[in-house]
Write a protein that binds this ligand. Sequence first.
Ligand code: ADP
Ligand code: ASP
Ligand code: MG
Length: 453
Amino acid sequence: MKFGGTSVASHDAVMSLVGIVKRLREKRPVLVVSAVSGVTEALLALPRATEKELGKQIAAIRKTHLKLVQELFKDKRARAEVMDYVDEQLKKVRTLSRKENVFPKDKDELVSYGEVMSSFMISRVLRSHKIAAEQIVATHMIVTDDAFTQAEFLPNETRKKTRDILYPLIEQKVVPVITGFIGATEDGRVTTLGRGGSDYSASIIGHCLDSDEVQIWTDVDGVFTADPRVVKNAVLIPEISYKEASEMASFGAKVLHPRTIKPAIEKKIPIRVVNTFNTECPGTLISSHHTGVGLKAIAFKRNVILINIYSNAMLFSRGFLARVFGIFAQQHISIDLVSVSEVSISVTLDNSGQLDSAIEQLKEFSTVSVYRDGFGVVSLIGEKILSRPGLMSDVFSLFQKNRVHLQMISMGASDINVSLVIPSPDIVLAVTLIHNHFLGADNAPENATRLKE
Ligand code: ADP
Ligand code: ASP
Ligand code: MG
């Protein structure tokens, strides 16, 4: 059971967490928690602060925890125990933030303290409600490669450690409260799994323990037909396939970290997305069940990097694409979308990797234009999405009527995703237009239920 940042950020949220754990106790829950909402962001800002600002900013992080601790514990000794622990971690945070050069590995260690503090606090809250609980810092459990800030877990090593640590606790009916988001290399250097990575931690641990279910407790009722904070009449989707959920996450739906699905698929473990603030709602079940064909949801990214590569040498030549993609691979740049013509290739990327050196190499044999901002991507997602006749012609005419410029289009052979690159200022308009035309009001997919008023 993974509880996200907002699910551990207020008295009411944490009381709901305690209630959920109590109710499901017989199922022997294992908890994964995020840092308290806002703390990851605050920690990441510290290395940029001046000495004077640093003190203030660390004091603000302390205050966030203190306020919660005062609300959560009546007992003075319990309060002091948690705050002593928080202060100990913040000392390490201060030392790291003052380093002359902050490398990605330092950043990972620095930001890891957010989850370290929240997991300790939650373990002590559970104890104060007479639930035996133990904090586990995942650096002893989740073994990863050394791709700092975006690390990948090593399954065999992680499985062994996870079982060795967790099985004895589970057997003794102790609830483990594990830090999300973080792991460590084999030689013990702290790593993180990418922003939003606590979801991934939960599915890694579910995978290693052969859990019955992975539950993602968050601040919305489940997976919706579009981000409910952006599209007001978005509709809750009760059931969705692994493939569709994975595609939504990869194309911007923040409700799940993009890598969450893979460990679950391998063991056929269902994932349930549920609301800490509305526990009556059954949420969304993500599984291998077939849930019908056609458009299910719209996802979007506000900003992507768009690169156009032109070359006459491409005409009738062999190996041009291989050469271009070889350069991206060499520089550890992962490509999201691709569109190709006789003389040009357009690609979008999320994360810039070593973009500058890639561009330089590409320029040796082609003309390259790079748009680092200005464009976003809207993705239409659903199994056999093109089975609906006229889907794309409706999209084109909506865009034409509303003067939305379409820069690039990418349709995968898997027929589950159509992605449209459009100017960033038009992203929300485009999402709303497409959502309301196909999924809004009376057009929702059959198994979707409307968001409560
Ligand atoms: P947590 O801190 O619990 O991990 P996140 O903020 O990472 O929570 O993810 C939950 C948020 O994801 C929601 O508040 C919502 O705004 C956003 N979101 C984006 N797309 C969707 C979608 N299709 N369905 C539900 N939520 C979505
Ligand atoms: N705390 C981390 C983040 O904000 C991980 C997570 O919340 O999933 O990115
Ligand atoms: Mg999240």
